[in-house]
Write a protein that binds this ligand. Structure first.
Ligand SMILES: *Cc1c(COP(=O)(O)O)cnc(C)c1O
Length: 389
C-alpha cells in the first residue's frame, strides 16, 4: 500500500512498527541489542549503523509522514542538521542560510563551517529574491526555516525550490516548527527535511531526538556520513518516539486550534501590541502560509505594551510556564531577547524586528479558557503592582 494514500492519523498509528510475531501484541517490541549475528544474515545490524529493528521501523513511519523515500533518526535535532549539512557540503562550497535561523544552527554555521573550508551567507530577508541575492558560483545549498523563530515569518517553499533547481542547488529545511502534520516541504520541491524531534514529534518534553528525510539517493549519502559521526539514538528512546508519534496528529491539531484562538484573543487585548501568527488574516504572508501549510501551527509571538514588563508578566503566570523549549503538551512562553536571541547584538535584533517586549508562545493542549484566563490575570496583576509601586 502506498503510505501517501493513507490518512495522517493512520500513518501516525500504524506505519512502520516492528511486528510482534511471537505474541501478537499491539505495540512494537523493543530490541535493545548492541550485538547482532553477522554471519548468515542479510543485514549487519548495529545501533550506530542506524539499522536496529526499532530504528529501521521508525524510519519508515517518519519517511511516510514527510512524503520522503527514506528517513533516519538521530540523537538530537542538531545531530540531524549537522550530519545533513556536512553530507552535502565540502571544502570550497558556499551555503545560503535564511537570516532568521534557529540559534543552534546559527552557532553551527558561525563556529564550525569555516574550519571545514565551507563559506556561508545569511539572507537579509526571507523573500525568494533575498535568497537569490546571496547566491555565488560555488553555492551548493540553500537552507530555510518556515515558519521562522520567533516572528513566524513564512518562506515561499515552491519559490525557493524553483530558484534552487534552476541553478542546480540543493535545498534543505528545518521543518520543526510546522511538524509534518502542518507542512510537507518535499511536496513543494524541497530536497532535504530536518527536524528536531525533541519538539512536536516527541511532544511530551521528555525526548531529545532528530530526523533527516529525503530521497533514497540523498539518504544513502547521509547514511555514510552519519555512521562516521555516530549521532544515533538509543533504542529505548526510539521506541518512546514511536509511541509519541502515534498521537502527533491529535496533539498538533489541538495545538493549532489553541494557537488560532489565542491569536484571536490577543488581537483583542489592549495590552498586546502585535500578534505574529500565520493563521491571522493580518499576517503579511497569510495566503502563502495557507497555500503551503495544512495547519498554521501551535507557535505564535506577541509584544506586550510598555505598561507590562515581560519578566514581571512571566512571574505572574500561574499555568503557562516560562521555558527554553517548545512544542510540549504544556503551554510555555519565552522571551527571545533573554533566551534564543540573547547572544545577538541589540542592533541585529532590531534589524530583525525582535523587540525586548516580544514573547514567544508555544501552545499546549490545555483548555483555551484557562490559557486566556492566565494571560488576563497576569497582565492585571503586573499593572496593579505598577500602580502601587
Ligand atoms: C530545538 C530546535 C532545534 C535543535 O534541536 P535539538 O533537538 O535541541 O538538537 C533545531 N531547530 C529548531 C527549529 C528547534 O526548535
Amino acid at each position: 500500500m502506498n503510505p501517501e494514500k493513507k490518512g495522517i492519523n493512520t500513518i501516525c498509528t500504524h506505519e512502520g512498527g516492528v511486528e510482534d510475531v511471537l505474541f501478537k501484541g499491539a505495540t512494537s517490541p523493543i530490541y535493545t541489542s548492541t550485538s547482532y549475528a553477522f554471519e548468515d544474515v542479510d543485514v549487519k545490524r548495529y545501533p550506530r549503523y542506524f539499522n536496529t529493528p526499532n530504528q529501521e521501523a521508525l524510519g519508515k513511519k517518519l519517511a511516510a509522514l514527510e512524503h520522503a523515500e527514506q528517513a533516519m533518526i538521530f540523537g538530537s535535532g542538531m545531530a540531524a542538521i549537522s550530519t545533513a549539512l556536512l553530507t552535502f557540503l565540502q571544502a570550497g562550497d558556499h551555503v545560503v542560510f535564511q537570516q532568521t535561523l534557529y540559534g543552534g544552527t546559527y552557532n553551527l554555521a558561525v563556529t564550525q563551517l569555516e574550519r571545514f573550508g565551507i563559506s556561508y551567507s545569511f539572507t537579509t530577508g526571507w523573500q525568494v529574491m533575498d535568497f537569490e541575492r546571496e547566491l555565488k558560483d560555488n553555492t551548493k545549498l540553500i537552507y530555510v526555516e518556515t515558519p521562522s523563530n520567533p516572528l513566524l515569518t513564512i518562506t515561499d517553499l515552491a519559490g525557493v525550490s524553483k530558484l534552487a533547481k534552476s541553478k542546480g542547488i540543493m535545498t534543505m529545511i528545518d521543518n520543526t516548527f510546522a511538524s509534518p502534520i502542518n507542512q510537507n516541504p518535499i511536496d513543494f520541491g524541497i530536497d532535504v527535511v530536518c527536524h528536531s524531534a525533541t519538539k512536536y514529534m516527541g511532544g511530551h518534553s521528555d525526548i531529545c531526538a532528530g530526523v533527516v528525510a529525503s530521497s533514497k539517493e540523498n539518504m544513502e549519502r547521509v547514511y555514510q556520513t552519519a555512521i562516521c559521526f555516530g549521532g544515533s539514538l538509543s533504542d529505548y528512546t526510539v521506541w518512546l518516539l514511536e509511541r509519541s508519534l502515534k498521537t502527533m496528529g491529535l496533539r498538533v491539531k489541538e495545538q493549532n486550534a489553541n494557537a488560532a484562538q489565542m491569536a484571536a484573543y490577543l488581537m483583542e487585548n489592549p495590552d498586546i501590541l502585535n500578534v505574529h501568527y500565520p493563521g491571522l488574516e493580518s499576517h503579511p504572508d497569510h495566503l502563502l502560509a495557507k497555500s503551503q501549510m495544512n495547519g498554521f501551527g501551535g507557535m505564535l509571538s506577541f509584544e506586550l505594551s510598555d505598561e507590562v514588563d515581560v519578566s514581571q508578566f512571566f512571574k505572574q503566570l500561574k499555568l503557562i510556564k516560562p521555558s527554553m523549549s517548545l512544542a510540549g503538551l504544556e503551554s510555555t512562553v519565552s522571551a527571545p531577547v533573554t533566551t534564543s536571541h540573547a547572544l545577538m547584538s541589540p542592533e541585529d535584533r532590531q534589524k530583525q524586528g525582535i523587540r525586548d517586549s516580544l514573547v514567544r508562545f508555544s501552545l499546549g493542549i490545555e483548555n483555551i479558557e484557562d490559557l486566556t484566563g492566565d494571560i488576563e490575570q497576569a497582565i492585571k496583576e503586573v499593572k496593579s503592582m505598577q500602580v502601587h509601586a
